[in-house]
Design a protein around this ligand. Sequence first.
Ligand SMILES: Cc1cc2nc3c(=O)[nH]c(=O)nc-3n(C[C@H](O)[C@H](O)[C@H](O)COP(=O)(O)OP(=O)(O)OC[C@H]3O[C@@H](n4cnc5c(N)ncnc54)[C@H](O)[C@@H]3O)c2cc1C
Length: 320
Amino acid sequence: MSEDENKMHDLVIIGAGPAGMAAGIYAGRGGLDTVLLDMMGGGGQVNIIDRVENYPGVPDIDSGAQLADLMRVQAEKFGASVTFDQVERLEAAEDAVTVHCAGGSHRARAVLIASGSRHKPLGAPGEGKLMGKGVSVCATCDGPFFKGKHVAVVGGGSSAVMEAVYLTRVVDRVTLIHRRDKLRAEKVLQERFLAADNATVLWDTVVEEILGENEVTGLRVKNLKSGESSTLDVAAVFVFVGLLPNSDFARDVVELDDWGFVKVDLDMRTSHPRIFAAGDVRTRSARQIGTAVGDGITAIVKIQEMLDTDTPARQFDRVE
Ligand SMILES: Cc1cc2nc3c(=O)[nH]c(=O)nc-3n(C[C@H](O)[C@H](O)[C@H](O)COP(=O)(O)OP(=O)(O)OC[C@H]3O[C@@H](n4cnc5c(N)ncnc54)[C@H](O)[C@@H]3O)c2cc1C
């Protein structure tokens, strides 16, 4: 057992995206002995954002990676530097939680899960190569870059249709592509989308390929009923076919919802008194940089209260 494995830390933060970085800054400034872990080195999804325009106080920044770097520098300034490791499993006891990683274990009086989520990929050729170059998973983030253009949205659930409604207001034309003949989205959203003059739906249709070399130039789509393939000229495709939370390592220790998101109350407490969760990995997150940062801060304020009084948080208030 390594020296660190014997040591009792105040806090382990799992994930150094915006939620984990914000938590790291507050924990460092608050004097907590903290281990900040990330399997990709930190920055989270922000690293892949082309441009960020909607994070308050940062009106114009060349790339998401630059914002992630600023967060990293600020966290390091307060002693929260990122340890490169992948969390595999949590082991919770009454007085501590042990975080087992590929490279070793860390024991702490509190744990914050800030491991984010990832969008389920479409699986169509061209998707990976053109991610951030016309392929997007965030309409409010990237929609305004396609003002005056024709774009596609893929999906049929509420988040797909909600983002499609938003896009009807900012781009020239929106084509929603759905593999079935009816949408799963809430009725009010469906009605709002179909009422827009610039909205079209391609029913029973799947994307076979995303076309383009350095940017999206179109889609090859196939109608599942007729079997016919055709090309759709679009400048961007927004993919909303589901989200996958990065919560597998916590499955046996905290309550998850039906989709695998960690259940929390308004203080970011999970069902385990020493474990908190923040950002995209938690239930009902708005999935924005700003909300992830807010969650991380809320969690540290509450963790600090718990550690100061050495009283594990009472069971979480159910807010589902
Ligand atoms: C293409 C794109 C564009 C976007 N544009 C915007 C925008 O313009 N504005 C905006 O506000 N939001 C935007 N978003 C959303 C925003 O990036 C997320 O809401 C935000 O990053 C969530 O932060 P988080 O800290 O909760 O999670 P993440 O950013 O997902 O970070 C989680 C971190 O946890 C780490 N991790 C995961 N599992 C483990 C593990 N087992 N062990 C160790 N580490 C682990 C990951 O490596 C990652 O670094 C965009 C998202 C995407 C994908």
